[in-house]
Design a protein around this ligand. Structure first.
Ligand code: HEC
Ligand code: HEC
Ligand code: HEC
Ligand code: HEC
Length: 112
């Protein structure tokens, strides 16, 4: 009986592991639509650690390019008194993004 329970427990752990990996791999928004590959951000086909922000900078014109892209907004999230903030402080890629500025401010900006 005991053995049976541990087999069930083991199977459930495996399912849990598979499910949580699947959640971590799900891409959001435009990256998904544009079929951006894991290797484009992670430099490997089988990522097991967060992506390097260098990849973002290469495709998106660096900090300067992003500051320019959103310069017409009332508050430019890409150009502030904080200087160069890592993209992933706000854009979480596999999860809903968060506006880092709102640790201190209360801006209403829509983040994808
Ligand atoms: C557009 C860039 C981008 C693409 C494409 C991308 N990732 Fe990621 N991935 C990230 C970033 C950024 C993080 C770190 C997120 C964070 O810490 O908030 C991450 C985190 C992860 C993690 C979690 C690592 C950890 O230590 O917590 C896994 C696993 C992962 N990605 C797998 C994948 C797989 C598999 C694919 C392809 C289906 C993929 N990623 C595609 C940017 C990307
Ligand atoms: C291989 C090139 C590539 C890499 C690497 C890449 N992106 Fe993108 N990203 C794109 C493309 C293409 C789009 C869609 C552009 C469009 O439709 O205007 C996009 C869109 C976005 C958007 C708009 C959000 C949306 O879903 O509408 C954000 C934010 C973004 N990228 C952030 C990042 C961050 C942060 C990283 C690094 C973790 C990253 N990107 C890495 C190519 C890339
Ligand atoms: C402090 C939070 C924050 C950081 C850090 C940040 N972004 Fe953004 N990003 C935003 C917000 C907010 C928007 C939505 C702006 C809007 O309302 O159009 C956005 C929009 C975008 C878009 C949509 C494109 C567009 O022209 O509207 C892209 C692409 C993007 N960010 C890429 C990046 C990249 C690459 C980095 C790192 C160099 C980065 N972001 C760093 C907050 C941030
Ligand atoms: C650690 C806290 C903190 C963070 C994080 C932060 N700020 Fe600030 N910010 C301040 C303080 C303090 C001031 C000056 C006091 C004031 O005027 O409210 C300020 C002032 C400003 C101002 C001047 C206009 C105003 O509201 O008075 C702007 C614009 C601004 N911040 C934008 C940003 C943006 C964009 C981000 C995210 C990229 C950000 N801040 C992140 C603390 C912060």
């Amino acid at each position: 009986m005991k053995l049976r329970y541990s087999i069930i427990a083991a199977v459930m752990l495996i399912i849990l592991a598979v499910v949580s990996t699947a959640v971590a791999q799900e891409l959001r928004g435009k990256h998904k639509e544009n079929a951006i590959a894991c290797v484009d951000c992670h430099q490997t086909e089988t990522p097991d650690s967060p992506a390097d922000v260098e990849s973002c900078l290469n495709c998106h014109g660096g900090f300067e390019g992003m500051a320019e892209a959103t310069k017409d907004l009332t508050i430019n999230p890409h150009d502030s008194h904080l200087g160069e903030v890592d993209c992933t402080e706000c854009h979480r890629i596999h999860e809903p993004s968060v506006l880092y500025c709102n640790k201190c401010h209360n801006y209403q900006m829509e983040l994808k």
